[in-house]
Design a protein around this ligand. Structure first.
Ligand SMILES: [Zn+2]
Length: 352
């Protein structure tokens, strides 16, 4: 999803799949293991240790992820009380933190927020918990672009989180989390990993940033000009580098469906767009790992990345699973996956 905002130009989001039938607002969170029975987290560490003695700790953790995340539910729960329903508006920014390494600065409370969001705005302990969880699972050297942590909300569902690139300093990004949607660790984990996938695939080593395109992404003439001068995949914020992950991903999976998607994406009217996108997704039932992945190549690679991290290695060869297997071709991603998955399990084991 894209949105315009002063200084904050490009937004890549995880959004509830409201536009597809039978999908709820957190439909993109995968059912990670077939046995999702909750069990006390006190048993998880010993179970993992026992399995790890003779095998792969990451696989052992993956097999336990559902129960690990269920067990760590409570510490991440937002304030009690009725959550505001989806406001059907742009997210309201509640609190902004500057980031220094692992630390958050003092909270900057944005004035005049809606009354039903005030308790969420002031719940700095919960906001801190979400940040601590993020830094526990994403290695420090992989998140140095993040210079702001933003707490926002559009009510329950809708936008779950996003990463935001600053137009005045494109090396800097913000992580934006809808605090109302952080109640379920499994969904929060998936959302944070999805957002991190955008950072991995759209940072300035991957994309030659085009500020003119960023500022006029709705102008067909400027998009056409940018496309004409980009031999690789043209991302929302510029031309991808030839050896970038998203260009490789695009070249492998998107050429046959790209023109069809461009027509879908050109729809101006929101309901028309949703109808066309739903049709596009359903017309290619083996192509996408989730409905939201059909939104764009950027969202497709972020969704596939998140499934790569959180699901067992796929055994079959559908195109959707080929997209997950794509990441296994990169040793750096295999290592990152191990670090993230083990970060989740260690966080749960420590937080008892
Ligand atoms: Zn996204």
């Amino acid at each position: 999803m894209k949105a315009g905002r002063q200084f904050l130009i490009v937004v890549f989001a995880a959004v509830g799949i409201g536009f597809l039938l039978a999908c709820n607002s957190i439909a993109s969170a995968p059912d990670i293991s077939s046995t999702s029975t909750a069990e006390p987290s006190a048993t998880i560490q010993s179970t993992l240790t026992a399995v790890c003695k003779s095998g792969n700790c990451t696989d052992a953790c993956i097999a336990k992820l559902n129960s690990v995340m269920e067990a760590s539910d409570q510490p991440l729960s937002p304030p009690k009380g009725a959550a505001p329903q989806n406001l059907k508006t742009n997210p309201v920014i509640l609190t902004v933190y500057q980031v220094q390494g692992d630390q958050l600065g003092s909270p900057n409370f944005i004035p005049n927020v809606p009354a039903d969001l005030v308790s969420y705005q002031k719940a700095t302990d919960v906001q801190q918990k979400v940040w601590e969880y993020f830094i526990a699972i994403i290695p420090r050297d992989q998140r140095k672009e993040i210079t702001q942590f933003i707490i926002s909300s559009d009510g329950r569902g809708g936008l779950l989180a996003s990463v935001v690139q600053f137009s005045n300093n494109p090396k800097d990004w913000a992580l934006n989390v809808d605090i109302v949607d952080t109640t379920k660790p499994r969904n929060l984990s998936f959302t944070l990993i999805h957002e991190f996938g955008h950072l991995l695939t759209l940072n300035d080593s991957q994309i030659a940033l085009d500020t003119n395109l960023m500022a006029h992404s709705d102008d067909p003439q400027i998009v056409a000009q940018a496309a004409a001068s980009c031999p690789q995949y043209l991302a929302s914020d510029g031309c991808s580098q030839p050896d970038s992950y998203i260009n490789q991903f695009f070249a492998k999976f998107w050429p046959r469906i790209y023109n069809e998607w461009i027509e879908v994406n050109a729809a101006k009217d929101e309901s028309n767009y949703i109808g066309l996108l739903t049709h596009f997704y359903r017309s290619h039932p083996t192509q996408f790992i989730s409905p939201y992945a059909a939104t764009s190549p950027e969202e497709d690679i972020a969704e596939s990345w998140a499934y790569f991290v959180l699901m067992k290695k796929p055994a079959d060869d559908s195109i959707a699973h080929q997209k997950v297997l794509f990441f296994y071709d990169f040793p750096e991603f295999v290592q990152l996956r191990e670090e993230i998955v083990n970060g989740i399990c260690h966080y749960a084991a420590l937080d008892q």
